[in-house]
Write a protein of this length. Structure first.
Length: 161
């Protein structure tokens, strides 16, 4: 293939990708975008991909314990080093939008070394279940984690709905 033809094909691919990305972001509701954000976080966790996890956290991340983005990434990397297999199961407990580009998300997340069929199977797997209270911001069309608080979930957290 000639160099000119290769450039045209590459340009067409780039334009197509940009069009698909633009259409998908504009057509998705903020709720759907948050669900996609959660799915990306689950995929990154199961793949033990620290770089992908970092891309989901705002550069100006700051939480109540004064941790920054690099502190959270280090916690995640440590968890990935300690756990060879990670399987996740999440459930949105609450999602509200304080402003169009700011969301408050309460998320239950089950983490186990074996595949998880449902929340009712978490106890049998000896999985850990955490409750995450997250603040997300949309920056240039992408949702990012601005801050988070977490704790071990109580039984009533995942049974009640």
């Amino acid at each position: 293939m000639k160099t000119y033809s290769k450039r045209v094909v590459a340009l067409l691919c780039i334009v197509t990708l940009l069009f698909i990305t633009a259409c998908s972001q504009n057509s998705d509701s903020p709720e759907d975008q948050i669900k996609a954000y959660i799915a990306a976080g689950e995929a990154a966790t199961q793949a033990r991909d620290t770089f992908a996890m970092k891309s989901l956290i705002a550069k100006d991340y700051r939480d109540e314990r004064n941790r920054k983005q690099q502190n959270i990434v280090a916690l995640v990397a440590g968890y990935f080093l300690r756990h060879k297999n990670i399987h996740t199961l999440t459930r949105i407990k609450k999602l509200t939008f304080s402003q169009p580009d700011q969301a408050d998300l309460v998320l239950l997340a089950g983490l186990a070394g074996d595949p998880i069929e449902g929340f009712e199977h978490l106890l049998a797997l000896r999985a850990t279940i955490h409750l995450f209270e997250m603040k997300l911001v949309r920056y240039e069309g992408e949702w990012l984690l601005q801050s988070v608080r977490w704790r071990r979930a109580k039984r009533e957290d995942w049974l009640a709905d």
